[in-house]
Design a protein around this ligand. Sequence first.
Ligand SMILES: C[S@@+](CC[C@H](N)C(=O)[O-])C[C@H]1O[C@@H](n2cnc3c(N)ncnc32)[C@H](O)[C@@H]1O
Length: 289
Amino acid sequence: MRTRATSVREAVRDAARRLREAGVPEPEASSQILMAELLGVPRGEVLVREEPLSPEAAGRYEAWISRRLRREPVQRILGYAYFRNLKLYLNEDTLIPRPDTESVVEAALERIDARGHPCRVLDVGTGSGAIAIAVAQERPACEVHATDISQRALDAARRNAALNGTAVSFHLADLAAGLHLPGKVDLLVSNPPYVDLRGAERRLAPEVREWDPPVALYSGEDEYAFFRRIFDETPPLLKEGADVVLEVGDGQWERVMELGEARGFRPLGTRRDLAGDIRAVLLRWEGAR
Ligand SMILES: C[S@@+](CC[C@H](N)C(=O)[O-])C[C@H]1O[C@@H](n2cnc3c(N)ncnc32)[C@H](O)[C@@H]1O
């Protein structure tokens, strides 16, 4: 007896049910996004499509859902993530760019606009290139530089910059050590590693703990280690009056402000993310005293 092929809609609903029963977060979103990307259609369409899923597509979808059942993030399964207007390819050395970081980009763009063009920008710890490429795309008059300690992350970031038609200069560096730029920087932006290694096992979801690169997440036993280093090491690269926009973890903003102030950076304010949490601190380098 021939059985009727499963429709797109049925496959998505069945996958969502299996993910939900297994306790995987956001089961509907995962099942719908994976199907939408598989078929190359908008996400909203997958729940109304009654046509049968081809055997090849069904096999691929099943393999993806099995990976999601093992808590692999959707973006790792696909090999890319969307960030603002960008599609960014990932490898095992790149953090998945987060929607939260889009608010950091917004804060950086506002500072650029307040200064006027042209503008030299430095993104420290660029990963997939998310912040640097977004700034370069949205403010093409800016000269954008970016560093990372991982050559493999820089390989992905270079590819992403080219695929998105942007010009960013990438530099392999420990923070910004040994960096030779054509001039001093107007805006420093960074989403540094800020997770304290202690207790990370308990606090982080498996999607993060097991799939994001440790070098992108952990700052050692001092969650502020990278912020301290940024305040200590970057001033020689900064113009007097340069803006600094730093992504911070939950509850870190006040301490980061204090650390910056103690090193001659004037606090300018904060920026909240989509969830309403303070996600970025804004400071200004006042110049060596
Ligand atoms: C939290 S991730 C941010 C990635 C990207 N900017 C984003 O927002 O999606 C931190 C990045 O800093 C890089 N990194 C870690 N230690 C570093 C160091 N000492 N110098 C430069 N980059 C470093 C990691 O490889 C990683 O790409």
